[in-house]
Design a protein around this ligand. Structure first.
Ligand code: COA
Ligand code: ZN
Length: 322
């Protein structure tokens, strides 16, 4: 079996942060508009041109469950590939891995929720059955030369069950670890992460699984997504999922809203002295492109306000004369 250790294709360093774009996956899976593959491909190519090097492009899931992503293979085939981009997709089962094996995918992200009710809603089976299904999925991916990575949904709270214990998260991470999966994404499916539980969960997992490479997948449902990023940075996390224009949400979780917004995250990181390799102006242009494709206003803030030093003509604003 091949050794699969990748997942990061960019220079490592304390000030370098990998921004993983999930807008065409988490973003589009909840939109009512079905975006044609050609438009997704144009947006993905523009993301890569902006400097994005990690993208969760799509999901190889049931097209009945998520019709928005039924074109997964076509979209992957259309992307202008570069050696320094790492393309990922969600893989819920062997059927998904078999479909992915026929594409140029780099990383397959397995999925399980830390809460039983959300896992049954999302994958139509128990946590125990999901975990026991991991092995054949990993094997199929590895045979195709695709890295296996793991995601834990509802890692910071479940909209159906409430608090999720660290032990419940560790159960899933442990199952991944047994299969040699060290790249783990902690999913805050409905924005229940807080500075406090981000810190405690990351610290506990690092203790139990010192070899873990953690990605935080945060939603801004309660307005504290970027505050949670800052805590993640303080805890040494250097990989964050984010979605163009702040799109996103799981269709099988109550009250799901958008991911943290890519351009807002890129802005925060650049203004905090971190390097991402992403050009903010181009990132904003991609968000505006997505807005035109969906025909609705997106929730991103920096895409409206512009970079910090975007100046305005003084004579365009009235003077408050008494
Ligand atoms: N890709 C394409 N089709 C798939 C598939 C996949 N990965 N997995 C299953 N199917 C098809 C089967 O071929 C079968 O088709 P048929 O009815 O024409 O014979 C049908 O789906 C049912 O298959 P089954 O194995 O019984 O799956 P299920 O109905 O129990 O659903 C999942 C299980 C995992 C496929 C489904 O719950 C799913 O796709 N979940 C993903 C949810 C998601 O993406 N959530 C957002 C991320 S947070
Ligand atoms: Zn999500």
């Amino acid at each position: 079996m091949q050794q699969h250790v990748s997942g990061s294709v960019l220079p490592a360093g304390d000030s370098w942060v990998d921004v993983i774009e999930v807008g065409t996956r988490d973003g589009l899976q909840i939109e009512t508009t079905l975006v044609p593959a050609a438009q997704k491909i144009a947006i993905l190519n523009a993301m890569i041109a902006s400097g994005i090097r990690h993208i969760e492009v799509t999901s190889f899931v049931s097209p009945k469950a998520v019709p928005q992503l039924a074109d997964a293979s076509e979209v992957l085939a259309g992307i202008a590939r570069r050696d320094d981009t790492f393309l990922m997709a969600l893989i819920p089962n062997v059927k998904g891995a078999e479909r992915a094996a026929l594409t140029s995918l780099d990383g397959g992200v397995l999925l399980c929720s830390a809460s039983e009710t959300h896992n049954r809603k999302n994958l139509n089976r128990s946590i125990a059955d999901t975990i026991s299904g991991f092995g054949p999925v990993v094997e199929c991916l590895h045979q195709a030369g695709i890295d296996a990575m793991g995601a834990v949904a509802t890692a910071f709270g479940c909209p159906f069950e409430g608090e999720v214990s660290i032990a419940a998260v560790e159960r899933i991470v442990g199952a991944y670890a047994e299969l040699g999966i060290t790249h783990i994404t902690l999913g805050d499916t409905t924005g229940m992460a807080t500075p406090r539980n981000v810190r405690s969960t990351v610290r506990a997992l690092r203790q139990s699984f010192p070899q873990l490479q953690i990605t935080l997948h945060l939603h801004n449902t309660r307005g504290i997504g970027l505050a949670n990023v800052v805590v993640g940075l303080e805890e040494g996390i250097r990989r964050f999922d984010a979605s163009v224009g702040g799109l996103g949400g799981c269709p099988f979780a109550a009250g799901a809203t958008g991911n943290i917004c890519t351009e807002d995250l890129v802005y925060l990181l650049a203004e905090s002295g971190y390097r991402t390799g992403i050009d903010l102006s181009q990132s904003i242009a991609v968000a505006l492109q997505m807005e035109r494709v969906l025909g609705k206003r997106l929730s991103g803030q920096v895409m409206r306000a512009g970079p910090r030093l975007a100046l305005h003509a003084a004579d365009a604003v009235p003077t408050a004369a008494g």
